[in-house]
Design a protein around this ligand. Sequence first.
Ligand SMILES: O=C(O)CCC(=O)C(=O)O
Ligand SMILES: [Fe+2]
Length: 343
Amino acid sequence: MGSLGSVDVEADIAIPIIDLGPIRFGTPDEALATGKQVYEAFRDVGFAYIRNHGVPQEKIDEAFKWSAKFFELPLETKKLAPHPPNGWHHRGYSSPGQEKVSQMEFDPDKLAQLRTSAPDFKESFELGRATDTHTPNIWPPDSALPGFQSYMLDFFATCDIAKQSLLRAIELGMDLPQGFFRDFHSKQDNQLRLLHYPSVETRLLKDEKVERIAAHTDFGTMTMLFQDDVGGLEVEDVKIRGKFNPAPYIKGTIVVNIGDFLMRWSNDQLKSTLHRVRAPPPMLGSEGIGEYTKERYSIPYFVTADREKTVDCLPGCWGEDRPKKYEPVCSRDYIEMRLNATY
Ligand SMILES: O=C(O)CCC(=O)C(=O)O
Ligand SMILES: [Fe+2]
């Protein structure tokens, strides 16, 4: 972060880069110091770049390869795994324009209007744990892409293990008892999403005729985002509302951000920050008419509290001088209310 008295605003709002190694392998003191850094990043920015997150690079590379293979399938084949019309059953394939991400907009007429005026130009595939019977997975036939299903479930499980170190870091940073968050996140009710933003005429992105993903906050506890090196992810400046700063790919890191559920759970102590995907910065994309922006792939893993759990304000986040701002809420009710607004 910027030094005292610095006029370098950019440096003050930058997303911190934090090495999670001490949480996984360090002494208790080292782990505590890292926990504090993670907590401060999520309190002040809502976003952090995390190194030594525990998901091996080879596994990430392979997940991107499978994602590319899936999206290369003919549209008719991808449509054999159709996302249901209801937003809450968030599984399977959504073709470009089917999902429209918005920020806290629930009015059906307004949502329909948004969907047609500036569609999200992306396609996605969502999956969860194999044992989920409430929102079962929707796969293409295995013969269409043999090995896809088993690899994705394996990657899902790897991310689930990695999430524990991040939750542990937040616990430490907030002086919560060891295992506090683990006990709310034991069912693997998380969601893994493959995202593909096709190549698009740069001018359409710049003129906001199409969006890649509109400005939004995530819904759950936190998101672990794997992104390729194309660029385009932008995060709202914590000091200047409406100004978005690029969050480019940094080798060896993942981007982690807090979601609305944890923001609410923490009585707004942790921040769920607006972000979006636009055209990459000019040196990577092209500017002229008829020029195309490179396609982009990303893989967010949405860490979500166990569905049946109801959460009340986190210990340490309320008191006489800081009343609870929110009623207790059930994880499933909250997440499904948010998902229903996106389809
Ligand atoms: O593609 C990205 O990098 C961002 C995706 C995202 O924000 C989301 O799916 O919630
Ligand atoms: Fe997001």
